[in-house]
Write a protein that binds this ligand. Structure first.
Ligand SMILES: [Fe+2]
Length: 534
């Protein structure tokens, strides 16, 4: 007997109605059975893993550039020309995933003649696995009008990172064991222009349509990817790290507009992140290493959750065990935390023309410490002088009932007699609560802990806000509509995040044309060739 009797009957009789009648089955039962056979067949097809593309070496990256094209849509010719030029420059494979936008997407007929002729040579519906790290999955043929194209795909590529061709750019991380790198899944953006029906779904999809592509770098040791997005629909120019690709030419471009770092939590910073980002920490003499900030030369650096406020963690005020552990590890001194922040600010102040510190929730740990803690009652003589000094400084600041930066106030108080530190602090703009800081019409002044209308922040809370934004706070990077979320610069274990973890060491870049990308550390670098002579 055939393993697919209902599919066979459908093929023989031509319609569900006729096949159900001929087999003596109720039409709804026949239809359900037919769908079960199709799902089972698909599961078998998915179980057959595609061939893996081997990567060349531990250090020389294999490059791919992936994008999407919609059936019947005109191609963005200048963007395509620039993507091809960049692929030639890097020696990258250029691959386009076709989107046919028909009903039962998994079983859609694929006819390459229905696509813009310029992309036909690059179309494939076959999955591509690079090394044992990342999978490009055009076989899903996602519908271009999908609002949440990544929904349900968190585990589709199993342990591999996943890239899915789609017209909207979405990105999220998938939780893994805390001590393993988080898994990334993302969509690509499209090389074709918007092409939708005049319906609500069509207009909404047009709004979310992004010209874009993803560059992937894989070595035997690591995997990296970044989005390539032109912001000008007319010329298709895009940036990637230090390069500008314009008029089919790849040239060096001096400096990006901004780098928005993953949450700093300076007392809990991961040493590898500090080394790869600013060049701190031990670098072996045999290693030539250009830190991210010296390569990208940002005009503005943006810092979130600058301090962890470890010694003033109000969650642990009554936890004798944790306070004792902090004391044993030399983490119980508030002054010690400030000194760590002072050293960091001195080291990074000269790295850009403008430095912005966003008003963030962790700085308010010390506010609650000042309100709730009694160092005399707890005999915390290590911090008792700092406590009263800082409390007085805050009392002076609240007299005027004007918004002020809590962090700036306490740092200036802590170092009031230190002229050098005073000059360092003058190089930083500390944003006040709800103070706006816009770059290229992207709001960069929200940390992310406070959502609309006084609600708590989340990655979804900002996508229905009018302004485009780059926020932080969540430590799990993501992209959804106009909201980019950076990751963290901290160690992966901060004591309170027990269980699986989707945090990642991810910084955000804003290019001179307003294009944005997230870069994530893998194998101690933020891109494959970081550390080579640049
Ligand atoms: Fe944070």
């Amino acid at each position: 007997m055939s393993a697919t009797p209902f599919m066979d009957a459908l093929n023989r009789y031509g319609s569900v109605r006729k096949a159900a009648t001929a087999t003596g089955t109720r039409r709804s039962t026949f239809f359900d059975s037919l769908n079960r056979e199709r799902e089972a067949l698909l599961a078998i097809q998915n179980a057959e893993e595609p061939a893996m593309v081997p990567v060349r070496s531990p250090s020389k990256p294999t490059y791919y550039i992936f994008t999407a094209a919609v059936k019947g849509a005109a191609v963005h010719a200048d963007f395509l020309k620039n993507l091809q030029a960049y692929a030639r420059h890097l020696g990258a494979e250029f691959v386009v995933g076709p989107l046919t936008s028909v009903g039962r997407q998994r079983f859609a007929e694929f006819d390459s003649s229905e696509f813009a002729p310029e992309v036909v040579p690059y179309l494939t519906q076959e999955p591509i696995i690079l090394g044992d790290k990342i999978r490009f999955s055009p076989e899903l043929n996602l519908t271009p009008t999908m609002v949440k194209p990544l929904q349900g795909l968190q585990t589709y590529t199993k342990k591999l990172w996943g890239i899915f061709p789609h017209t909207k750019i979405s990105l999220e991380t998938v939780a893994t064991h805390k001590h393993h790198p988080a898994k990334f899944i993302t969509t690509t953006g499209a090389v074709t222009h918007p092409h939708y029906t005049p319906t609500k779904a069509g207009f909404r999809a047009h709004f979310d349509h992004v010209h874009g592509a993803v560059i992937v770098e894989v070595t035997k040791k690591g995997v990296w990817f970044r989005h390539l997005t032109p912001t000008n629909e007319l010329d298709g120019t895009f940036y990637d790290l230090g390069y500008i690709v314009q008029d089919g030419k790849v040239e060096w471009s001096e400096g990006v507009s901004a780098v928005i770092y993953g949450d700093i939590h300076v007392e809990k910073m991961e040493e590898k992140v500090a080394k790869a980002t600013w060049g701190f920490g031990k670098i072996r003499s045999s290693e030539v290493f250009t830190p991210l900030v010296d390569h990208l030369k940002p005009r503005t650096q943006v810092f979130h959750d600058l301090m962890d406020m470890t010694a003033a963690n109000y969650h642990e005020l009554d936890d004798t065990f944790k306070r004792y552990a902090r004391w044993c590890n030399n983490e119980s001194s508030v002054e010690g935390d400030f000194d760590t922040a002072r050293n960091f600010l001195k080291d990074v102040a000269e790295k850009s023309e403008y430095n912005v510190v966003v008003d963030s929730n962790h700085e308010y740990f010390i506010r609650k410490w000042l309100l709730k803690f009694d160092p005399a009652a707890k005999e915390d003589f290590e911090n008792i002088e700092s406590y009263y000094k800082l409390k007085l400084a805050i009392l002076y600041s609240v007299r005027n009932d004007q918004p002020f930066s809590f962090l700036e106030t306490i740092l200036r108080c802590a170092y009031e007699d230190d002229e050098e530190m005073d000059d360092v602090l003058d190089r930083f703009r500390f944003l006040k609560p709800d103070e706006s800081f816009e770059l290229h019409n992207i709001e960069c002044g929200w940390h992310g802990h406070a959502g609309p209308n006084g609600r708590r922040g989340s990655k979804h809370a900002f996508k229905f806000v009018t302004e485009k934004s780059t926020i932080a706070h969540l430590h799990s990077p993501s992209i959804d509509s106009g909201t980019h979320v950076v990751g963290t610069s901290t160690k992966m274990d901060l004591g309170y995040n027990q269980g699986p973890n989707s945090w990642a060491h991810t910084h955000g870049i804003i290019y001179p044309n307003g294009g944005r990308a997230l870069v994530t550390m893998s194998d101690g670098k933020f891109w494959a060739t970081q550390g080579d002579l640049e």
